[in-house]
Ligand binder design. Structure first.
Ligand code: NDP
Ligand code: MG
Length: 377
């Protein structure tokens, strides 16, 4: 078997380190061609020593350190288009991953996409880059990996509806009054998944599920009224696909990102793996499902509404959310102010021009500015 080179962007994060664990177990099938990080030079150096990639890049670092590395934001695009990589695992957090996704797809590569924010902000541009360059996107997000695994080999016309599962986050049972004043520590205590800080907060507000509905819309081409969300606190059923005859398929597994990461590398094939925990339905039972409390978690509805509006609205939703989450994590705004910031930014900037990458980046910047001004930050 020819080994495929993988560029891991955001290698020092939660998904990045998971990916390197998976790649380390499958050195017969894959090798690490490139690594990039934002600030964690110590971990990046350790990873570079272990995996020996031909390219290492860091966004923020003194250029006098590690002269053999590439420095600055452009290292993401360099890694994403490196000749040794045929797969680009984009595990950068936030809008910063956009150019790398576009460049990899334009260069005809497979993008194993964890960085959902960039598909949300620029779904049409990403689809266009994919088509022109001959690249492909395979989702890493567990819900979308589940859907892909259920529909692979089937006719798109046979799919009636997608139902994404949501754990409900740490505040599933909390009253609206209590939610309003939830602390950063409360919000970072996710019941089923260990993830980076930004997505953990997104899971607490359910903004993450809005990003995922938009992501599913672009990945699978279904209209928004055929994509639904159900709360499933155990995070064992990773999503459902309903077909036109009423039959429903689901993909299940213990909550671990190792399987969706591996599947994004091997799709549509599979390879044997010993790292994914064994599945025991009795051990994992009971499995329960609940309706979403939309009135208490308004970010989900707002995000889906932004998706329906199209144009720059999803980019504005995403940027306002990123900015509000970072202010919340800095202790400058309350938890309940995150959805209010998104609503206000969408009202002010949601219909901004969206015809190009630059227009979308302008909408993104305007939304962030709007949120900072709203809270005088
Ligand atoms: P983390 O915060 O753990 O990691 C983010 C990675 O991106 C780090 O390597 C970080 O570098 C790097 N990074 C941060 N900012 C920038 C920037 N401006 N430019 C370049 N690189 C940057 O996040 P996660 O791994 O949790 O999430 C990554 C992506 O995957 C997100 O889009 C998230 O929504 C998605 N995802 C994550 C899941 C999970 O289980 N964690 C599940 C499904 C999707 P450094 O550490 O050096 O600063
Ligand atoms: Mg997910």
């Amino acid at each position: 078997m020819t080994r495929r080179g993988v560029a891991v962007l955001g290698s020092t994060g939660s998904i990045g380190t998971t990916a390197l664990r998976v790649l380390g177990r499958h050195a017969d099938a894959f090798y690490v061609a490139a690594l990039t990080a934002h600030s964690n030079a110590a971990l990046l150096q350790e990873q570079a020593r272990e995996f020996g990639p031909s390219f290492v890049g860091i966004v923020q670092n003194g250029a006098e350190d590690h002269r053999e590395w590439r420095h600055g934001p452009s290292c993401l695009v360099e890694a994403a288009t490196h000749q040794d990589a045929s797969i680009v695992l984009n595990a950068v957090v936030g809008a910063a991953g956009l150019d790398a996704t576009l460049a990899a797809l334009s260069a005809g590569k497979r993008v194993a996409l964890a960085n959902k924010e960039t598909l949300v902000m620029a779904g049409a541009l990403v689809a266009d880059a994919c088509q022109r360059g001959g690249g492909e996107i395979v989702p890493v997000d567990s819900e979308h990996s589940a859907i892909l695994q259920c529909i692979t080999g089937r006719r798109g016309a046979d799919v009636r509806r997608l139902v994404l599962t949501a754990s409900g986050g740490p505040f599933r049972g909390w009253s609206r009054e209590r939610l309003e004043r939830a602390t950063v520590a409360d919000a970072l205590r996710h019941p089923t998944w260990r993830m980076g800080r930004k997505i953990t907060i997104d899971s607490a507000t359910l903004a993450n599920k809005a990003l995922e509905v938009i992501e599913a819309h672009f990945l699978f081409g279904l209209p928004y009224d055929r994509i639904e969300v159900v709360v499933h606190p155990q995070s064992v059923v990773h999503s459902f696909v309903e077909f036109v005859d009423g039959s429903v398929l689901a993909q299940l597994g213990v909550p671990s990102m190792e399987l969706p990461v591996l599947y994004a590398l091997t799709h549509p094939g599979r390879i044997a793996d010993t790292g994914v925990p064994p599945f025991d339905p009795v051990e994992l039972s009971p499995l329960t499902f609940e309706r979403v409390r939309h009135d208490d978690f308004p970010a989900l509805r707002m995000g889906v509404q932004a998706g329906r509006m199209g144009g720059a609205a999803p980019a504005v939703f995403n940027a306002a959310n990123e900015q509000a989450v970072s202010l919340f994590l800095e202790g400058r705004i309350q938890f309940g102010e995150i959805p209010r910031a998104i609503e206000s930014a969408l009202a002010a900037e949601g219909t901004a021009p969206s015809h190009s990458r630059d227009a979308l980046l302008e909408a993104d910047a305007a939304a962030r500015r709007h949120v900072r001004e709203l809270f005088a930050c």
